[in-house]
Design a protein around this ligand. Sequence first.
Ligand SMILES: Cc1cc2nc3c(=O)[nH]c(=O)nc-3n(C[C@H](O)[C@H](O)[C@H](O)COP(=O)(O)OP(=O)(O)OC[C@H]3O[C@@H](n4cnc5c(N)ncnc54)[C@H](O)[C@@H]3O)c2cc1C
Length: 357
Amino acid sequence: MLAAVTELHYGEQTLLGLNIASARRYPDFVAELEEASGQDVGHRACGTLAVAFDSDDRAQLRELHTFQQELGLECAWLTGRECRRLEPMLAPGVRGGLRVDGDHQVDPRRLAAALLTACERAGVDLHRARAERLLLDGDRATGVELTGGARLTAERTVLAAGSLSGRLAGVPDEVLPPVRPVKGQVLRLSVPERYAPFLSRTVRAVVRGGPVYLVPRENGELVVGATTEELGWDTTVTAGGVYELLRDAHELVPGITELPLVETCAGLRPGSPDNAPLLGPTALPGLLLATGHHRNGVLLTPITGDVMAEVLTSGELPPEARPFTPRRFAAAADAGAAPAVPAAPDAAPSPAQEQHT
Ligand SMILES: Cc1cc2nc3c(=O)[nH]c(=O)nc-3n(C[C@H](O)[C@H](O)[C@H](O)COP(=O)(O)OP(=O)(O)OC[C@H]3O[C@@H](n4cnc5c(N)ncnc54)[C@H](O)[C@@H]3O)c2cc1C
């Protein structure tokens, strides 16, 4: 989901600004990337409907709507009947909802594949090996050592290793990013022709206190997500996770039980202490970060690329990225509030084992 508005949480207004700025860049970013790669990335400007089931959900969603309006965000309140008129597969019990026409979707697997192709076509030299350690020369980062011992030297190194960003050997403790893995399980169903269009936009709700969403892809896939679990680097797909997702999605859209279940998987969000990314130079000369994107890394792709290009070429973080400097955590640590660095995994997954959910 590219869900700047429906993913809004209290206390995350600064992050909201970055999310919205990135969402605005998406159409141009997709056009440029599809041209550069020759690949379709599955961007769909379909909007989102967030619905409520009971009076508590409804009151909560109403409150969110008021907050969104105070912030000048575009969203419209609909009655239950209006929700079902838009999405006839919704359960009859839906009590109302928020229509957000600006929250769209992209296929993250196709996006990642297109980015790799575009990089290759632009002459980027890709080394598909694990970075084992950061190389240092005195108090300066000078590159990385790869598995097998090869060394890549660089004037500037960007650490962008997702939930493993806080685990690279050689990075001094005081600049290690406070990033932790936040597990999410996801299901993929497919919508046979005879049921199409099953849903026309992303539909989401909070069911029994847990958020659930259904994202209908253009290619007939229906993605159901996602759990949020603090279990370290565990990516096991569990019966409980699959059960909860299906149970909650079924409450929202009962017809899903007719659809073939084609895939279950689990991924790790790179969580940071304030749920916002860490972008730009660290206190160690030559080392920069682009990590900690947590729930919004796909949404934040275009702005992260632009910000990192700017800081790598000019040395300056652009104004919209300054609140996201990695140094904000160093300041918190100096003041006595240690950032939450997770315990080491017993066996960290290899880059090849990870996949885009
Ligand atoms: C279930 C789930 C649902 C999500 N839904 C959404 C959503 O709807 N919208 C949204 O915007 N975001 C969503 N996210 C979040 C988004 O996927 C992440 O924020 C994003 O993937 C972070 O990108 P990244 O490149 O920083 O990290 P990753 O995607 O984790 O990529 C890091 C890469 O670094 C590699 N790596 C790690 N260590 C090393 C090393 N030592 N050497 C070499 N390579 C290394 C890994 O193999 C991996 O390829 C979701 C995440 C999950 C798990």
